[in-house]
Design a protein around this ligand. Structure first.
Ligand code: ZN
Length: 189
């Protein structure tokens, strides 16, 4: 399994090998397409290699480029637990002229119930599933690959999650029910 980190501006974006291309997990701030493209190139890939995008949650440093990537023909996988949170991004960028945010149209996204994600992922050549892991935000999801990899976005590591943060702790319990050997976080190593 080939996984490369094509992150920049202190956020990690992961490109994972799938059938006929790559799945991108998370994407950067609006207007950073040249930077993203440069990062891909530096790692020996190009934007044309990216076939699908999954964002762990709709915060600007994880989903800002969504529509710009969709406009290039990349298919956006939209888990059911995230759909209500997209307007928050539009609100966040309202009036922020420095950010050329392109609002996300969801009608042409691939709408996916998390419970059916295993079937969908198998279709693109990945053995694993997408699970709902709230804590950092209510729309956070984790991509689990059966090889033992978890892409957890901004879910606070279990060892820093406060005792009373029962939501985060429950999400880690769910993740750890899978046999995970490597965590790929949204920030840091
Ligand atoms: Zn976040």
């Amino acid at each position: 399994m080939n996984i490369i980190n094509v992150g920049y501006q202190s956020t990690n974006y992961y490109a994972i090998d799938i059938k006929g291309g790559k799945l991108l997990v998370d994407c950067g701030w609006p207007g950073t397409l040249p930077q993203f493209s440069g990062e891909l190139k530096r790692k020996g890939n190009s934007i044309q290699d990216i076939k699908y995008l999954l964002v762990t949650h709709f915060h600007p440093d994880h989903a800002g480029l969504t529509q710009e990537l969709k406009n290039l023909g990349i298919k956006h996988i939209l888990p059911d637990v995230q759909i209500d949170f997209i307007p928050q991004m539009t609100e966040f960028f309202a009036g922020k002229k420095n950010y050329p945010y392109v609002p996300i149209s969801t009608n042409d996204s691939i709408h996916l119930q998390v419970g059916e994600s295993r079937k969908f992922l198998a279709g693109i050549g990945l053995q694993g599933e997408i699970i709902h892991t709230p804590g950092h935000s209510d729309d956070s999801v984790t991509l689990i690959l059966d090889e033992g990899f978890a892409f957890t976005g901004d879910l606070h590591p279990w060892y820093v999650a406060a005792e009373e943060d029962v939501v985060t702790r429950a999400s880690w319990d769910t993740i750890q029910r899978h046999k995970i050997k490597t965590i790929f976080p949204g920030h840091g190593k």
